[in-house]
Design a protein around this ligand. Structure first.
Ligand code: SF4
Length: 360
């Protein structure tokens, strides 16, 4: 199978960035360190970030756990954020959602099934009552692009993506994480990036990082500018870029949805899109002794595989032998299930309070 060194190194680097952020964020420390949740490969329809760091209020994060480990989608958020403390007809309690009420009724039943809302019939009217207030658990959202080999051409490619992020200001800060080389980051590279973006130089094996350039905070509460199209005719071209304004309330809703998805998925979910049910799939502990992390390893290739390689199309895939399911893996499923449970357990450790509250 063809492997690309770039893809390999970017995937590995991304996992190392996530692990570093989980241990060390914020860079440079601080007196008031937030609770931190890390996720990867999340964003919007138009823009997906490599790594996302959520800075959270520790108490509110624990309150969030009452709503269970699964994300709340937009419909559920609309309900739990507005659910009243006393029994109330749902149309009196909730603001009009901007779509038909029957979808709200469906969402009320889903929320009731997940035990995150109380609902009852009074005559033929559905009444609702909240179980707990939905907390404001996210203080800041940080977006990080991982570019282990940040040369001039990589900086030119990244530049427009970061300009999009700065104009939209959906995240509070945007960063580029690159591999530490021992040299200072060349000014020519910084010239290719917007001045608002921070640059982090990470040593992926020792999990140490230095800030090469500090970012500027972005105005998440102001209207954002979504760049739809940019002219491709160079500096002397006369074409205008196309863009649209994005309302702060729409940005707030999008941030909430991203945060909920990050809460559910974390960054160890890479295993969900790989083949841990393959007999060649292993998780190996790598990194410094005081903070090793589990990374995927393929014994058929004798090396680390990317998520793209470790898929249904892999020509070397072989299912785990049935005997593995009864010898040493007695609970349910085979090693694939066991590995998933292992990573899910680590994800739960980062979400205090998850053993109370709703089960789903
Ligand atoms: S599916 Fe392919 S890449 Fe993944 S562990 Fe099996 S052989 Fe390796």
């Amino acid at each position: 199978m063809a492997r690309t060194a770039d893809a390999d190194s970017e995937f590995e680097f991304e996992l190392r960035t996530c692990r570093w952020a989980e241990r060390e964020w914020p860079p440079g420390g601080g007196t008031d360190e937030p609770a931190v949740l890390v996720a990867r490969q999340l964003g919007t329809k138009r823009r997906r970030w490599d790594t996302i760091v959520l800075e959270c209020d520790p108490d509110a994060l624990e309150q969030r756990a009452k709503f269970g480990p699964k994300r709340l989608d937009g419909d559920l958020l609309h309900i739990v954020r507005n659910a009243p403390a006393e029994w109330t007809y749902y149309r009196d309690a909730l603001p009009h959602p901007g779509y038909p009420w029957r979808y709200v009724r469906e969402a009320i039943h889903r929320a009731d099934d997940r035990s995150i809302l109380e609902a009852r019939k009074n005559g033929n009217r559905i009444q609702i009552r909240r179980k707990w207030p939905y907390p404001d658990w996210v203080d800041r959202i940080i977006a990080i692009e991982n570019k282990p080999d940040l040369d001039a051409s990589a900086a030119r490619t990244l530049g427009p993506q970061l300009e999009y992020d700065v104009a939209m200001s959906l995240a509070d800060e945007v960063w580029v994480a690159t591999r530490q080389t021992g040299e200072r980051v060349e000014p020519v590279l910084l010239e290719g990036l917007p001045v608002e973006a921070g640059v982090l130089a990470l040593e992926p094996d020792a999990l140490e990082a230095e800030v090469a350039w500090y970012p500027r905070g972005l105005s998440v509460d102001e209207p954002g500018t979504r760049i739809l199209e940019r002219p491709d005719d160079g500096d002397r071209g006369g074409s205008a870029a196309r863009f649209e304004y994005v309302d702060p309330s729409e940005k707030a809703t999008t941030r909430q949805r991203i945060a909920e998805r990050a809460y559910e998925r974390g960054w160890r979910s890479f295993v969900d899109t790989m083949r841990p049910d393959c007999r060649y799939f292993e998780l190996r502990a790598e990194g410094p002794q005081d903070g090793p992390q589990l990374v995927p390893y393929c014994t058929a290739k004798d090396g680390r595989q990317t998520a793209a390689e470790c898929a249904g199309s892999c020509s070397e895939f072989q299912p785990e032998p049935p005997a593995w399911r009864t010898r040493g893996w007695p609970i349910e499923g085979g090693p694939g299930k066991r590995l998933k449970r292992l990573l899910a357990g680590r994800r739960r450790q980062r979400r205090p309070g998850l053993d109370g509250g709703a089960s789903e």
